[in-house]
Ligand binder design. Sequence first.
Ligand SMILES: NC(=O)c1ccc[n+]([C@@H]2O[C@H](COP(=O)([O-])OP(=O)(O)OC[C@H]3O[C@@H](n4cnc5c(N)ncnc54)[C@H](OP(=O)(O)O)[C@@H]3O)[C@@H](O)[C@H]2O)c1
Length: 265
Amino acid sequence: MDSPQPGLESPRAACPVARPVALVTGAGGRVGRAIAVELAAAGARVVVHYARSEEGARETARLARAAGGEAVLAHADLATAAGCAALAALTAEVCAEARAEGGGLSALVHNASRFAPAPLDALTPEAWAEMLQVNLTAPYLLTRALLPALRAARGLVLTLCDISAERPLRGYAHYTASKAGLVGLTRALAVELAPDVRCLGVSPGQVAWPPDMPAEERERLARRIPLGRGGAPEDVARLARFLWREAPYMTGAVIPVDGGLSCRY
Ligand SMILES: NC(=O)c1ccc[n+]([C@@H]2O[C@H](COP(=O)([O-])OP(=O)(O)OC[C@H]3O[C@@H](n4cnc5c(N)ncnc54)[C@H](OP(=O)(O)O)[C@@H]3O)[C@@H](O)[C@H]2O)c1
C-alpha cells in the first residue's frame, strides 16, 4: 500500500454548532459509510477516514451532511504507525474545534480492515504483519493516542469484529487471528478503561458481499443463514448508533449481527 501523507481535506473551519465528534475508519464505502451516515444523522461531526477511496469518502461526507450531521475527510494509511499517529492528531484537532464535550471524542469506530485469503503455505510474513497491523495494531494505536479525548467525552470505542473470529473461514488464518485479537482487545479495554470509556464490539456475519462474488455463491451462502438472507451495512449501523446513544450500561460485549449464522454448526 502507498504511504500517502495523512491530512484533512481543507483548512479547518470552526464547527458552527457544538457537536459530539465521531471518527469512523475506512468510511469510504460499505459498512463504514453506513455507520458514518447513521452517526451523523444522530448529530455527530464525523471524521470520515479513508485510505484509497477518496471519491467514496467524499460521497460519505455528502450523505452525512444531508443526514443532518457534519463531516470532515481524513486521509491516512493505517498500515503504518506514522499514519495512525497522524490520524489521531488530526482527530484530536477536530475534537478541539468542535467545542463539544470539552474537546472530547464521543465515538471511535474501528471499521477499517484488510480481508484477503491466503492459505498457510502461501501466507508470507509480510502479508501476516500487514493484516495484523491494519486490523489489530491500528485500533490499539489509535485508541491509545486518543485516550485523553475519549476520556474527556466519556466516549465509546466500537470495534468491527467478525463472527469468523470464533468460527474460522478456511484459508484466512491471518484475518481470523486479527479479529480474534480484536475481540480480546475490546474486552480488555472495557475492563481497563471503565468507568470513563465504554468498549463494545459488533461481529457481522454476511452484511456486504465481496463485490466479485458470483450470484450463485451468494445464494449458496445465504441458504445457510437462519434468517434466509444476507444483511445490509445499515443493520450494523443501526446497532452502532444504539450502542453509542442508548446503551450507557453496556461495555465489554461483542454482539453478532448475522441473521443467526453463528448459532449454526
Ligand atoms: N462485509 C461483511 O459482510 C463483514 C463481515 C464480517 C465482518 N466485517 C467487518 O466489518 C468491517 C467493515 O466491513 P466492510 O466489508 O465494509 O470492509 P471493507 O470494505 O473490506 O474495508 C473497509 C475499509 O478498510 C480500509 N482499509 C483497508 N486497508 C487500509 C489501510 N492500510 N489503511 C487505512 N484503511 C484501510 C479501506 O479503505 P479505503 O477503501 O479508503 O482504502 C476499506 O474501505 C470490517 O472491519 C470487516 O472486517 C464485515
